[in-house]
Design a protein around this ligand. Sequence first.
Ligand code: FES
Length: 368
Amino acid sequence: MHNDIKPPLWMLLELTHKCPLECTYCYNQLDFANTKDSMTKEDWFRVMEEARAMGAVQLGFSGGEPLLNKDILEIVKKAAELKFYTNLITSGVGADLSIVPKLKEAGLKTVQLGIQSHDAKTTALITNNKNAQRDKLAFAKACKENGLQLIVNSCITRQNIHQVGEIIEFANSLGANYLEIANIQYYGWALKNIDALLPTEEQLKKAKEEVDFYREKRDDMKVFFVVPDYFATRPKACMNGWGTTFLTINPDGVALPCNTANTLPLEFPNVKDFSVKEIWNDSEAFNFFRGDKWMKEPCRTCPEKETDFGGCRCQAYALTKDMNEADPVCDKSSYHKVVLDKVQTALKSTSEPVYRNKQNSLALINEA
Ligand code: FES
């Protein structure tokens, strides 16, 4: 009986891990080069039908770069027919702009465009693509001309945190309806590159002041500020709790409760072998961290366990090698010092980040 398991409300389809950018902070797993794009459009259709029948309402298309999936228009159309609220999470780079009106016609509701900076040089530095800024500008313009809602997301690291004020003005000039100033969380490539990416607490404070200044002065664009948890003393309620809300499907059909769950020593089911309902309700992996039975101290008896669910499982495993530990961001965790040490090391470092690309991914796979 699964009467207490609520359906996944938010589903993310990672339509490919191919990407024209090589962002230093990408949350994709380090060994993404091992993931094959093996889902057919019929497979994606079935996944959407099954999730919708269970009650899923929000659908994101991501990657990699989802526009590189040749079936993107048909997939968006199917999602609209199923009455999903759809969001295309894109770099806007390398796309043939004629696709924008077609996406609108197919029923796409929102475009979430990633930007790195107001200036082309910084964007090229972060993405390792010298045409990125030009393409992003053109893509944003086409979205606005075609009446698509535009959310701009800017991932913030040491490489661009000094530009937050300018990034806000830039997003506004693009006609963004919302802007997310997203201080990155340290997973995947970002964790690999933490020594080169982590900003100082002082820089964070200044960035927050820029956001507050804008919010006070203007109300033409909503600005959200996502705080990085390395400077927090309590963990975030990652994914709103494991297996409660969020479901992501990788380009090879592997279903995950969060984007980086396959870094954990668990076996995740594939939508080619099981229905979405079986996966969500019955699989061992999706049930693993539901409830509080898995918790150790200090989480088990913590009065905040209903609020933060012990924090992020991927972060706990990455930093302690025990996925049942409290997220070490929490200052009650016996591993909290690991986070403090990582911050200290990163802030002293002058190392250069490694770009997220196939070659580096393969090198890391061979190293492992
Ligand atoms: Fe996987 Fe937080 S990112 S549980």
